[in-house]
Design a protein around this ligand. Structure first.
Ligand code: UDP
Ligand code: GLC
Length: 403
């Protein structure tokens, strides 16, 4: 197996970092992870025994003085770039797990001279990125990356529509399915009720995920106010947003908490248990979601799921078979779907059973990781100069998968 240096911009946990953790801790060869910032991901990797240097962590903060902030902003990537070149010695390839990591890895390619893999986890579409950002992404993919991996077909298509020359290898996120226990749903619900002082006779709706402008929490609050006795658990934190956004969100959540049955639990690590304890999981992103880990997690938990139809989501949920897909950006559509999911109990239950089965068959780590390892092997074996060659195909995988 090639010696891989994984490179990521943050040490906080978004879905990309959850996926990175699984990639790294199951990698069947030698690897190292370089982060631009410490955080829980760093702590977990160190605990798992992974060599994880952090670069530039002390240069992240903004100050009130604009010129100091600007100097830091310019200085920080240079420090990271020099560090990356130094740390990549002895590795066969650099695996950039985020857009910023990819840009730095491409810019420094003449110095590190390693092959580069870009795991693209964003939809390169105008709704998500400015023209300049899409131009940079195009350049990165066409002139720097030797292999592009996309987290859904939708992400791969958007990459090509943005001018990307290669066809990315599509690799879905994988999950440790044994963490999810659908047979324990009643017990998990009872635990949630006690822990948060919920009314056990009223429906419990879960909205789990990073809080962000397009993640749909505001829409969910609005949708919830259309039901009379629904209790909404909002789980997650505004990890990558500005201080203003955080304040605005928390103020409006507090207002809803006082008038409706909304419970903001903040960031939680016991997601499998929460997913299993609620009656319905809602995903309400207002812009197309590149993949959407939380949807698969709800399916694995055996909980009826409602998700926004867009991006990679229809690759996960088949409407009316494994869940309910709704039109984006409509609080009414969301409320109607919640109402249907609660009323049509038999249908919801059989869809949840089908969803669990489908998720087991398509999104288990054992299934999703081998094609990635195969793609890396193929790419590393190609002689220099064969850039942008798509390498697809599942291959034999000798290591066992850790949960
Ligand atoms: N998550 C978590 N704790 C929280 C909120 C979210 O562990 O409090 C996890 C969630 O279970 C999922 C990931 O964060 O695995 C979010 O990934 P997703 O792909 O849904 O969205 P992203 O935040 O990456 O856009
Ligand atoms: C990104 C995307 C999300 C995806 C995750 C893991 O954070 O926004 O949709 O599930 O990466 O690939």
């Amino acid at each position: 197996m090639p010696r891989v240096l994984f490179f990521n911009q943050t040490g906080l946990y978004g879905g990309a970092e959850r996926s990175l953790y699984d990639l790294v801790t199951n990698y069947p060869g030698h690897c190292r992870v370089v982060l631009m910032q410490a955080g829980p991901l760093y702590d977990d990797l160190i605990t798992a025994g992974v060599d994880t240097p952090v670069l530039g962590g002390g240069f992240q903060r903004a100050t009130r003085r604009k010129w100091i902030t600007l100097t830091i902003r310019l200085y920080s990537p240079i420090v990271v770039a020099i560090g990356l070149v130094r740390l990549s010695r002895g590795y066969d390839l650099i695996y950039a797990n985020s857009m910023k990591a990819a840009v730095i890895a491409v810019l420094t390619k003449p110095f590190h001279r390693r092959k580069m893999v870009w795991h693209l986890r964003s939809l390169l579409i105008p709704e998500h990125f400015s023209p300049l950002a899409r131009l940079v992404a195009r350049w990165c993919g066409n002139w720097g990356a030797d292999l592009v991996i996309a987290n859904s077909d939708a992400t791969a298509r958007a990459y090509q529509s943005n001018g990307g020359k290669c066809l990315p290898v599509r690799a879905y996120n994988g999950f440790s399915i044994e963490k999810f226990r659908p047979e324990k749903r009643a017990e998990l619900r009872a635990q949630l009720v006690v822990e948060h002082g919920l009314d056990p006779t009223h429906p419990i709706i879960g909205m789990i995920g990073r809080i962000g402008p397009w993640k749909g929490q505001a829409l969910a609050l609005l949708g919830l106010s259309m039901g009379t006795d629904w209790q909404l658990l909002v789980v997650g934190e505004a990890l990558f947003e500005s201080e203003n956004f955080r304040q605005d969100f928390h103020e409006s959540a507090t207002r809803y908490t006082q008038t409706c049955n909304v419970f903001c639990l903040g960031h939680r690590d016991d997601i499998a248990e929460i997913m299993g304890g609620v009656d319905v999981v809602i995903h309400a992103s207002t812009l197309p979601e590149p993949f959407g880990r939380v949807i698969v997690e709800a399916m694995l938990a055996g909980t009826p799921v409602i998700a926004t139809n867009g991006g990679g989501v229809p690759e996960i949920v088949q409407n009316g078979v494994t869940g309910r897909l709704i039109t984006p950006n409509s609080a009414t559509a969301l409320a109607t779907a919640i109402e249907a999911a609660l009323r049509e109990t038999e249908q919801s239950r059989s869809m949840a059973v089908a969803a669990r089965r489908y998720a087991e068959q398509h999104f288990a780590l054992e299934l999703t990781l081998p094609p990635v390892w195969q793609a890396l092997r193929t790419m590393a074996a190609q002689s220099d100069g064969t850039e942008n060659a798509p390498a697809v195909a599942a291959g034999a995988h000798e290591s066992s998968i850790k949960g």
